[in-house]
Design a protein around this ligand. Structure first.
Ligand SMILES: *Cc1c(COP(=O)(O)O)cnc(C)c1O
Length: 362
């Protein structure tokens, strides 16, 4: 058997007609930039999230950057972020001109809220929790802390569309949230795409202005902005896919449950532990494994694609190197291995992966 890490082609085949028609429509109408599909997508996405203010943009890194800029964050400001995340979270802080302050993660790879408290100074202007692997951060606890110190919270939701904490969708706790629709994300375009979500309408308008060359209305340039547009083709594709997101999310959760059941007896690995208040959307099914690299090679030989998220904490990468150590982030990066997971994955494929893991440790 051959098992892809994410099988985007299988998903395309399941919605081929709708997708092909949506793409043809954009081309027929030459609606490449601006236009109905984008407005429609912003509305669709807003409806999914209790009618928050949504501004579509070019990708999920721009989204983080533009929100920080709109908030007026810059030189001398400190932004608290986790040591373990995709690099965009930290890049956005640098692009804004601010200083990233790294804190360690907990056993599940999520920002450690007790560590956030220790890292707060008078210069702390924002916290960016990352719902890594699709696991929700305890946003009730985090917001209580942030509100106590009046610190802005920007949720990085790039890996966690529709994840929930205590029944409430992540992205709706913080004053702002950032989403990516990179093709492999739970809601993925056929190229780059992203969105910003803001509780405050004025802040949303400012984000839109920055993303559209600093304009408020055509040729009315208020500031020197940038170009970060969601294009018409991507919006049309996302409008098709968003209708399936709830179902796909449940299918991912089913696959995860199958892994949980099949692998619970294997003492050499640690499975994702989701607290009962949390609803995880399993962007990744990341386990911690003894002899991770050997296991990865063994699975490759069996035709199973896996991946490492991530090989290093940001605090060990060249641009963000820190003297201080971040023990949980470091342990996780040495042991983590992400298993194949996607909505269309079949039970027999999950069993094949689980059997291979068991055979390796025999
Ligand atoms: C994917 C991702 C982003 C942003 O992604 P883009 O590729 O710029 O759309 C940001 N943060 C995290 C945690 C991500 O996984």
């Amino acid at each position: 058997m051959k098992i892809e890490f994410v099988d985007l082609h299988r998903q395309y085949l399941s919605i081929k007609q709708e997708i092909d028609e949506a793409i043809a429509d954009v081309i027929t109408n030459s609606a490449f930039i601006g236009g109905e599909a984008i407005k429609q997508f912003e509305q669709n996405f807003s409806e999914l999230f209790d009618n928050q203010n949504v501004v579509a943009c070019a990708n999920g890194t721009d989204s983080l950057e533009i929100i920080l800029q709109a908030k007026g964050i810059g030189k001398g400001d400190e932004i608290i972020i986790p040591a373990l995340t995709w690099i965009s979270t930290a890049e956005a802080v640098i692009t804004a001109g601010a200083t990233p302050v790294f804190v360690d993660v907990d056993d599940e790879g999520l920002i450690n809220i007790a560590e956030i408290k220790k890292a707060i100074t008078k210069n702390t202007k924002a916290i960016i929790p990352v719902h890594l692997y699709g696991k929700p951060v305890n946003m009730e606890k985090l917001m209580t802390l942030a509100n106590q110190y009046k610190i802005f919270v920007l949720e990085d939701c790039a890996q966690a569309h529709l994840a929930k904490w205590n029944g409430k969708k992540i992205g709706t706790f913080g004053q702002a949230a950032s989403f990516s629709f990179f093709p492999g994300k739970n809601l993925g375009a056929y190229g780059d795409a992203g969105a910003m979500m803001l509780q405050d309408k004025t802040l949303a308008d400012d984000c839109r202005m920055i993303a559209q060359h600093g304009q408020k209305g055509k040729h009315n340039h208020i500031i020197s902005g940038r170009n970060s547009r969601l294009d018409g083709l991507q919006a049309a594709i996302l409008n098709v896919k968003i209708k399936h997101l709830q179902k796909w999310t449940e299918q991912r959760q089913t696959v995860a449950k199958q892994y949980d059941n099949l692998l619970q007896e294997v003492s050499q690995i640690k499975l994702p532990q989701i607290p009962k208040e949390g609803s995880c959307v399993y962007h990744l099914y990341a386990i911690e494994a003894e002899n991770r690299d050997e296991l990865k090679n063994y699975l490759t030989e069996k035709g199973i694609s896996t991946a490492v998220h991530y090989p290093l904490p940001l605090t060990r990468t060249q641009p963000f190197k820190q003297q201080k150590s971040f023990p949980n982030a470091e342990r996780i990066t040495e042991r983590t291995l992400s298993m194949p997971i996607f909505a269309e994955m079949e039970e027999i494929e999950v069993e094949y992966v689980a059997d291979a893991i068991k055979a390796f440790y025999k």
